[in-house]
Design a protein around this ligand. Structure first.
Ligand code: AMP
Ligand code: FE
Ligand code: FE
Ligand code: ZN
Length: 304
């Protein structure tokens, strides 16, 4: 009878899609992850498999200065139903601070980006050699070969030096390696070549991506909000609000600022595998990170 059909039809066309859309929007994602292509400890395949086990709908791989993990991750992601977003984390110098910029949806075939990243990786190797020299001058028994063996061809970073120091029994843990030797201001610290903010944002936009400020909560407090204003004026698209190392007060301040400056509020765990114990893929530090598909949709809207 028509009388019994009409309400059901209405239920189908109106209520269910709205509910379904909401349920889909609430699926969890992680927009900040690292693999062995930079300073994470999981292969791209293992990272995507872990994401699938955790029920994540999508992850962005944001290795430092490389997009090498993306093809393998995508292949596995397609099989397991995890969307893999091509991302990269760039090191920027602005107002005397070490600023990390995330690029999302970048085109891995973009020549300008690929060339720049290749140069940064080459500079990272030279810097690795200088860090080893510095350590040896300071009486630490370590060789470049040992550091390279930790990196296995990845974009070389301080965590690889730290791992070599742990492997040699010179320090007990990665954080200790940073505290004693490698952190900014410590005796074996060697600065890295960095991009200017304007140049970095232009590089990401040129590769058809969106630019998001990573973990602003780790910036020096005195210049933090000024840096966000400056980057917003240069065309920044979003700001990482949810992050393993952001306090809830910091998140509140960042949310207000994001609204004021029309920036997308994003987030991610900054997962590095065993290199950052206690940071869980998709969940952060003791569950303090929650990002959903809705955020991804907002970023995509910005990208048009
Ligand atoms: P690099 O890009 O070579 O300067 O190395 C920076 C990376 O080292 C960051 O992305 C973190 O993964 C890691 N890192 C920085 N500071 C620390 C710390 N205090 N303890 C452990 N890991 C750190
Ligand atoms: Fe890192
Ligand atoms: Fe970072
Ligand atoms: Zn990171």
């Amino acid at each position: 009878m028509p009388g019994t059909w009409r309400p059901r039809a209405r239920f189908r066309t109106l209520k269910r899609p709205a509910l379904l859309r909401r349920a889909l929007d609430e699926r969890r994602i992680d927009l900040h992850t690292h693999t062995i292509a930079s300073d994470g400890t999981l292969t791209p395949t293992a990272l995507v498999e872990l994401a699938a086990r955790k029920g994540l709908a999508a992850i962005a791989i944001t290795d430092h200065d490389t997009l090498a993990a993306i093809p393998d991750a995508r292949a596995v992601g397609e099989k397991l139903g995890v969307e893999v977003i091509a991302g990269v984390e760039l090191s920027v110098s602005h107002a005397g601070a070490d600023v990390h910029l995330l690029g999302y949806f970048v085109d891995p075939t973009n020549a300008a980006l690929a060339e720049r990243l290749a140069r940064f990786r080459a500079v990272r190797e030279q810097r690795g050699a200088r860090m080893v020299e510095r350590l040896r001058e300071l009486g630490v028994d370590i060789t470049l070969a040992e550091v390279m063996a930790e990196a296995k061809g990845a974009a070389l970073g301080r965590p690889h030096v730290a791992r070599a120091l742990v492997a040699k029994g010179i320090v007990k843990s990665i954080p200790e390696a940073f505290d004693q030797w490698l952190a900014d201001g410590r005796p074996a610290h060697v600065p890295k070549e960095k991009l200017g903010a304007q140049e970095a944002i232009a590089l990401v936009h040129g590769a058809r991506g969106v630019a998001v400020l990573a973990h602003p909560g780790l910036l020096p407090e005195a210049s933090r909000y000024r840096i966000i204003h400056d980057l917003a004026a240069l065309g920044l698209d979003g700001v990482e609000v949810e992050h393993s190392r952001h306090s809830s007060e910091e998140r509140h301040r960042l949310r207000d600022l994001a609204r004021e400056l029309d920036l997308v509020e994003t987030g991610g765990s900054d997962f590095h595998g065993e290199n950052k114990p206690g940071v869980d893929l998709g969940y952060g530090h003791q569950g303090n990170v929650r990002v959903t598909v809705a955020t991804l949709a907002e970023l995509r809207r910005k990208n048009k």
